[in-house]
Design a protein. Structure first.
Length: 143
């Protein structure tokens, strides 16, 4: 009982599965990455002058926005500050309040920087003493 379709596999494939794996085609090697010529690339490193000009442009934009804010808020406001009384345009009063608040932040930041600087440059004249569990003091070798 020889069947002419006996050469087919169990699922009716024309080619029965072989025990040897088929070779896999290798992917073509990627093209080598060529280093770009540094003289062709534009310099993108920031300089002091570019930082200065960026700050000037941003400062001018902020100045224009503040001018518009002050000109749009011309209503008079009564202002009292440490016993000084006066009448200012509302925009000017708000701008002065923001500037004075900024000065308080700068004063606090300068005080903190001076504190950190004094701790950084202060020489350690003697090692700190550490009290052990038994109550005796010993020199702290770690510090």
């Amino acid at each position: 009982m020889s069947d002419p379709d006996s050469s087919q596999g169990p699922l009716g494939d024309a080619n029965p599965p072989s025990s040897t794996p088929e070779p896999v085609a290798e992917e073509p090697a990627a093209a080598p990455v060529l280093a770009r010529d540094p003289s062709q690339a534009p310099p993108l490193t920031p300089t002091r002058a570019s930082g200065f000009w960026a700050a000037v442009v941003i400062g001018l934009l902020v100045l224009v926005l503040l001018s518009v804010f002050i000109l749009e808020n011309q209503q008079r406001a009564s202002v009292s500050f440490f016993g000084v009384h006066g009448h200012l345009p509302e925009g000017v009063a708000l701008l002065l309040a923001a500037v004075i608040g900024g000065l308080f932040v700068v004063i606090a930041a300068v005080a903190r920087m001076l504190e950190l600087r004094s701790h950084a440059v202060r020489p350690q004249t003697r090692p700190r003493r550490m009290v052990t569990r038994k109550g005796r003091a010993r020199a702290n070798a770690d510090r």
